[in-house]
Write a protein that binds this ligand. Structure first.
Ligand SMILES: Nc1ncnc2c1ncn2[C@@H]1O[C@H](COP(=O)(O)OP(=O)(O)O)[C@@H](O)[C@H]1O
Ligand SMILES: [Mg+2]
Length: 469
């Protein structure tokens, strides 16, 4: 009782104050040192010179198929601004499924993530080439103005549909400047420029949504069309590309829409392939079937990597489809909108093919200006069939009455004639180990097989009208 009212000795009070002050300082230091408790976070905070909660993070999202270009962009950035910079990574079981910022706070809060080695993967850069990419990693670098920044990359996965490049810095402007320069360098070093790209599931490179295909190599002589037709198409598509500068100067637009229509097997795809082989250096973006859901990013890609071609084959098959496409309008309208939305001065060619132009005609007529050249690819006439026989038999000596064969195949398609030559070779191979000459007998037998009533489906699939002469 008496004690509680006693004034503490002056020396005790001073001692307490000193102890209190020391305690507060320690607590303060602990907060300040908190970052240092995670070597991972310390790699950022030591470099940038500010605690984690003071860092600004600027993100930019890239499509999964842009990962290789992003890597090239960052590589180019580092080479210019921070040569010798070394990537570090994040350890932890769920790394890569969280945003980098979440992993950094996780590292501080519960040690779920730590400092580790970067994660690497590969990404295609061409039909037969690939490069190593950092799928999850960070690298300390300098901003264009010399300020310290840390660049991070987090991969796309089933949950996150985009690759995220983050820039950490002391202020927003610095981080944004780095983001912008990396973006510029990505575009400059884009691995897709000038490539033949196909949207869809990839057979070539694992999970990639976009695959690189070898560019077709076809000569005009490989495409048998009625006189002048290929030339007209080529003049429109390739001619505009060749004179793009003069056309722009003369106030003319470059964008063009080509529609090839005709029965199956007459060479629409073949013609498209020929045209792309003539458009060397042009980026080709091909969309088929379910890949149509990527229409918008694919068209955006083509615009960015122009001169470019966007190929949509057999549009009638998906024209009415609303499910494939995110929007509620049928796909054909989405496509026509995308064609219309592409600026006129963009050197982008849209190549559409269809077997059933009648189903598209109204929609196309209602939205004029998207397709500026519609060309029919018909079944070959007798002269055409003769030329096709010679084309597909060019490695052989044809000791047969080709005119007669051409007459007998009235109404068939080019692909039927191609198959006929192959069958004739097979017939010849039944009698001999190798084939150099094809005779009337070989063709007769082959034609007999192909016109056999039991093969009416085959004929149908080859697009033949099917009347044996
Ligand atoms: N006009 C043609 N000239 C030369 N070959 C052709 C022609 N049309 C078709 N072919 C051959 O038949 C194959 C199938 O034709 P394709 O172009 O796919 O037909 P479509 O796209 O009109 O249905 C081609 O790969 C090509 O080998
Ligand atoms: Mg086709």
């Amino acid at each position: 009782m008496t004690q509680s009212h006693e004034e503490p000795a002056l020396s005790d009070a001073r001692g307490l104050a000193v102890a209190m002050e020391r305690m507060l300082r320690l607590a303060g230091n602990r907060i300040a040192d908190h970052n240092a408790e995670s070597p991972l976070v310390a790699r950022l905070t030591d470099h940038i010179g500010a605690p984690l909660h003071e860092l600004v993070q600027v993100d930019h999202e890239y499509r999964p198929w842009e990962h290789a270009s992003l890597q090239r962009g960052i590589d180019a950035y580092l080479a210019a601004r921070s040569p010798g910079a070394e990537w570090f990574g994040i350890s932890g079981r769920h790394r890569g499924h969280e945003n980098i910022s979440d992993m950094l706070s996780g590292a501080l809060q519960n040690g779920a993530y730590g400092l580790g080695r970067p994660d690497y993967g590969t990404a295609a850069t061409g039909p037969d080439t690939s490069m190593e990419i950092v799928t999850l990693g960070l690298v300390a670098a300098a901003a264009p103005d010399g300020a310290p920044v840390v660049i991070g990359v987090r991969p796309a996965d089933d949950f996150h549909r985009t690759v995220v490049a983050s820039v950490f810095a002391r202020d927003r402007a610095t981080a944004a400047a780095v983001r912008d320069e990396i973006g510029r360098l990505c575009a400059e070093h884009d691995v897709m420029r000038g490539q033949f790209l196909s949207f869809g599931s990839s057979e070539h490179h694992g999970n990639a949504l976009v695959s690189f295909l070898p560019r077709p190599d076809l000569a005009a002589a490989d495409v048998i069309l009625p006189d002048g037709r290929l030339e007209a198409v080529e003049a429109h598509v390739v001619g505009i590309a060749e004179h793009s500068e003069q056309l722009l100067k003369a106030g003319q637009h470059l964008k063009r829409g080509l529609l090839l229509h005709g029965p199956p097997g007459t060479g629409k795809t073949h013609t498209v392939r020929y045209l792309t082989s003539r458009l060397t250096g042009c980026t080709v973006v091909q969309l088929t079937g379910p890949a149509m859901q990527y229409l918008d990013p694919a068209v955006a890609l083509a615009r960015r990597l122009q001169p470019a071609v966007v190929i949509v084959e057999d549009v009638d098959l998906v024209a009415e489809d609303r499910d494939l496409y995110e929007g509620s309008q049928p796909l054909l309208f989405a496509l026509l909108d995308a064609m219309d939305g592409t600026a006129g001065d963009a050197d982008v060619v849209f190549m559409l093919t269809t077997n059933r132009v009648d189903t598209l005609e109204r929609a196309l007529a209602e939205r004029p200006g998207r397709v500026d050249l519609a060309v029919e690819i018909p079944r070959p006439d007798a002269e055409g069939r003769l030329r096709l026989l010679r084309l597909y038999g060019r490695e052989l000596r044809l000791d047969a009455d080709l005119t007669k064969i051409a007459d007998r195949t009235e109404g068939v398609t080019a692909s039927f004639v191609k198959e006929l030559v192959r069958r004739a070779v097979l017939v010849a191979l039944r009698d001999a180990a190798s084939v150099e000459v094809l005779t009337d007998d070989h063709f007769d037998t082959a034609l007999g097989e192909m016109f056999d009533p039991a093969q009416s489906l085959t004929r149908g699939l080859l697009g033949a009208a099917g009347n044996e002469g």
